[in-house]
Ligand binder design. Structure first.
Ligand code: PLP
Length: 470
């Protein structure tokens, strides 16, 4: 006998009645009265809707309460965001860019969970400068007169231009009007900072005379932007820092340099081309340099400004500074990262980026072989260890490949696209590339302590295919 909807609706239990059952009591004591009641209300509302649109039964109390438990426990789970990066892209912007050194992560945790001397001077017992420690360290490492830290390098460029050149012209080569990752475009940042872009030269060639001709009464600065993420090859010319510094000096203007990554360690030992060294660029005559904290520095997201005391002081006092300043966790992590650079060897040993860069091919090969061995009993799987090419990423060293080793997988049961998709949905999620129709797991970006987890995730996904096939 079919029931009228209004009869059914009347049979839906009240939230209070559900809460009073043994099962309801257990839920409220395990979770929270408020969350459980709220969730039950949502569930009952959904039941009402279903009945109005034709459903002909009311779920039992136990069923409603179980649904509630599932929903509440799920909503309280903090999602574990950790993934295994098997893409071979070391500074993967979508996967969080630079992983921190343990020391830096610990420093951030301490700053986050305890009181700190962030703005407290232990000697005087009064207010201190929140950036004093980190600025001293940066100045020492870069041989700079002064330094300042902001939220990211985009903020550093914005502040530098707003403080030095608001309402005035800044001369930049046409070949350096770069776009970084969609939202950071040099001409747009310049406009936001209130200065006027004076483009000189052409896309492929800019000469010293181009800069000289553009300098006039309304010029406030020359700026050099590192073309981090692309290369112009062929018939090209650019003016290097020493020559540009000379032109700026003659005109009595500051030379500003956005270095993008700003590597404190040479990269040629890893077979890569060196990125501009902030220390060298300052020594060659730039007045201010800025660069990212989470690219080749391997630290937290931050923008570092360093150089001339007076110019840095103008930036420090600028009203934008308050809006762009980094928080205590960032400062703590950055300081701990910079401490490691006081000895290049410490930095190479402890900063994950440099550990990954420094791992030799043979070690990677052994890891790949161990992984392959662990998968040998899985049927329908084609598996091989092959040379691969990793990349720095993060808009550093464009087009340069880093020798690496990968495990290449092909399943006879599903397409490689589908396999990569399943790995992304695995636990933990594994992010891989597809190359020549195989799923390629590059081992250079897989932390050695993640190998057991990677093995587990691969086995789980691959054996679930076997079961489906059986
Ligand atoms: C990456 C980059 C930026 C932006 O730095 P973020 O730290 O990502 O804000 C600006 N300029 C250049 C040249 C870059 O390479």
């Amino acid at each position: 006998m079919s029931q009228e909807p209004h009869n059914l609706l009347r049979r839906i239990p009240q939230v209070d009645a559900l809460l009073k059952t043994a099962q309801g009591q257990a839920l409220t004591s395990q979770y929270s009265q408020q969350l459980v009641a709220q969730t039950l209300r949502e569930i009952l509302e959904e039941v009402r809707k279903r009945i109005r649109s034709g459903q002909t039964c009311v779920p039992a109390q136990a069923e409603l309460l179980s649904a509630c438990e599932e929903r509440v426990s799920k909503s309280l789970q903090t999602q574990k965001p950790v993934v295994i990066n098997a893409t071979g892209i070391l500074l993967h912007t979508n996967l969080g860019r630079a992983p921190l050194a343990t020391q830096a992560a610990q420093a951030a945790l301490d700053a986050a969970t305890r009181y700190s001397t962030l703005e407290f001077d232990l000697d005087t017992g009064r207010r201190g400068d929140r950036q004093a420690h980190v600025e001293t360290l940066i100045s020492q490492l870069l041989g700079a007169q002064a330094a300042l830290v902001v939220n990211n390098n985009a903020a550093a460029v914005l502040l530098m231009l707003a403080a030095v050149a608001r309402g005035w012209e800044v001369v930049v080569s046409r070949g350096e009007l770069v776009e970084i990752g969609g939202s950071f475009r040099v001409p747009e940042v310049m406009a936001q900072s209130g200065c006027i872009l004076r483009e000189v030269g052409t896309t492929n060639k800019t000469k010293p005379g181009d800069y000289r001709a553009a300098i006039g009464e309304s010029t406030a600065a020359l700026m050099k932007v590192h073309t981090s993420n692309y290369k112009v090859v062929g018939f090209t010319q650019a003016v290097d820092i020493p020559e540009l510094a000379e032109i700026a000096r003659e005109a009595g203007l500051p030379l500003l340099a956005d270095l993008g990554s700003g590597a404190l360690l040479p990269l040629n030992v890893y077979g890569l081309q060196d990125e501009p060294s902030p220390r060298e660029i300052l020594a060659q005559g730039a007045q201010v340099v800025c660069f990212s904290g989470d690219k080749l520095l391997g630290g937290p997201q931050a923008g570092i400004l360093a150089g001339n005391t007076d110019l840095i002081a103008v930036m420090r006092r600028h009203p934008l500074m308050r809006a762009l300043r980094p928080d205590k966790m960032t400062l703590a992590a950055l300081e701990a990262t910079l401490q490691l650079y006081r000895d290049a060897d410490l930095a190479r040993r402890h900063i994950p980026l440099y550990r990954m860069l420094g791992t030799d091919q043979q070690t990677l090969r052994l890891r790949a072989l161990a992984l392959m061995e662990a998968l040998k009993d899985i049927s329908g799987l084609q598996c091989e260890v092959a040379e691969s090419q990793a990349q720095l990423g993060g808009g550093s060293a464009p087009g340069e490949a880093l020798a690496s080793v990968a495990l290449c997988l092909k399943s006879r049961l599903v397409s490689s696209n589908s396999l990569a998709d399943r790995l992304r949905h695995g636990s933990p999620a594994v992010i891989a590339h597809i190359r020549q129709d195989a799923v390629v797991l590059d081992l250079r970006t897989v932390f050695p302590d993640q190998l057991p987890e990677l093995t587990g995730a691969l086995k789980a996904v691959l054996s679930s295919l076997e079961v489906q096939d059986a």
